[in-house]
Ligand binder design. Structure first.
Ligand SMILES: C[S@@+](CC[C@H](N)C(=O)[O-])C[C@H]1O[C@@H](n2cnc3c(N)ncnc32)[C@H](O)[C@@H]1O
Length: 367
């Protein structure tokens, strides 16, 4: 901060506790972290002359101490000790010689609310890769049934006390005499089908056996990934077993899904899986969907899909509820295993797609 004749072309002189020096001292006094950016001189390309500077962000530091020293010209310089705040991701200080594609330096919000005001909390779309926004679709929070089912056929439980006696609750009885959720609403174990209490039941909405019907309660956001398009992450910690979101879309017959060519990215086969029968159903979230449509595949996923019935009894068309399969730290991408029975190609039988998740145990194949 001054006094260096190599920089300012002046006579060497004592530095003062002013400008940047004072700012660092103030940061130390106020215990305010500073962002450190390394500057490097690199040779310019051969067709231009001289050197150019590159700047590399290195994270947040605290200033712990400062003192004066005699510099190389015998004049006073201010020295500062900076300590990198622990817990930040390691950042490379290497300068890449070839930059493949221009990248935005900082992540920015490209859409304030993907849910178009339909979720309890706005759901931002963030992008640090390019300037694109997520392609448009209509956000819905509950399934669209194009096929009729008869909800009046559904029999509910008669409990009035939040289904505390699982032997008396007819819904819990269908789950093997137990409510598959703990007191915090986390699922205890996965089941082929979980029967939750629903609109035909006498129990109140606070009943423990309605865990996946309360909508998205984490601050989810959509973000652009490096290699798998848009993905989803949570700004909050998600504990193992917690309900995250439903995979919502239009429920159509598999036969119709086959006719909807060119948009199989967002198809999810339900009930009978991918059997090519007239009776199989598929959720199509291409045009109508929720945040679930952005969840990518991983060979070591942190979510799993649970079939749930509560507002109808039709086992061929269960709700697809996504629960945390493990504790998930904030900002970690939320993923599920498509091979379990996610999007199944309907135009040519079996679809093989390369998996780009790079996750541990990755098979290299998505379907
Ligand atoms: C349900 S969408 C997921 C959201 C999608 N990434 C987007 O941008 O809208 C499924 C599609 O995402 C892409 N995808 C998801 N997981 C992937 C993975 N592990 N590797 C490569 N592509 C993946 C594939 O194009 C797949 O058909």
């Amino acid at each position: 901060m001054g006094g260096n004749p190599k920089v300012a072309n002046n006579k060497p002189e004592d530095q003062k506790l002013a400008r940047g020096n004072l700012a660092l001292k103030n940061s130390m006094d106020a215990r305010t972290p500073v962002r450190v950016i390394f500057g490097r001189q690199t040779l310019k390309a051969s067709n231009t002359s001289g050197e150019s500077s590159k700047y590399i962000y290195d994270g947040l530091y605290t200033v712990s101490n400062y003192w004066q020293e005699r510099g190389p010209y015998g004049k006073i310089v201010y020295m500062f000790r900076l300590n990198r705040i622990p817990g930040q991701p390691k950042l490379t200080r290497k300068i890449e010689s070839k930059v493949k594609k221009p990248k935005a330096c900082f992540e920015r919000c490209v859409l304030d609310d993907v849910s178009q005001g339909k979720e309890k909390m706005p759901m931002r779309a963030m992008n640090a890769v390019d300037n694109a926004k997520p392609p448009p679709f209509t956000y819905i929070t509950s399934m669209i049934y194009t096929e009729c089912y008869d909800p009046s056929m559904l029999s509910g439980c008669n409990c009035i006390d939040e289904c505390s006696d699982s032997k008396k609750c007819s819904c819990a009885v269908k789950n093997g005499d137990e409510i598959p959720f703990n007191n915090s609403g986390a699922i205890i174990k996965s089941n082929p089908i979980v029967y939750e209490c629903g609109p035909s039941c006498k129990c109140p909405p606070s009943c423990r056996n309605r865990s996946s019907q309360r909508g998205v309660r984490y601050q989810l956001e959509v973000f652009k990934t490096e290699s798998t398009g848009w993905g989803v992450r949570s700004r909050n910690f998600i504990s193992s077993g917690s309900f995250v979101c439903e995979y919502v879309g239009e429920l159509i017959r598999e036969k119709e899904a086959k006719e909807r060519t060119g948009r199989d990215e967002y198809l999810y086969d339900v009930g009978n899986g991918c059997d090519d029968t007239e009776d199989s159903f598929t959720i199509d979230a291409a045009q109508y969907g929720n945040v679930g449509r952005f969840i990518n595949h991983s060979c070591s996923p942190n979510l799993y899909a649970q079939n749930v019935l509560y507002d109808h009894d039709e086992k061929r068309m269960p709700h697809i509820m996504l629960f945390a399969a493990k504790n998930i730290p904030p900002l970690r991408e939320l993923t599920c295993d498509y091979n379990m029975n996610h999007v199944c190609n309907v135009s040519d039988g079996i679809k093989m797609q390369n998996c780009c998740s790079g996750s541990p145990g990755c098979t290299g194949r998505m379907l």
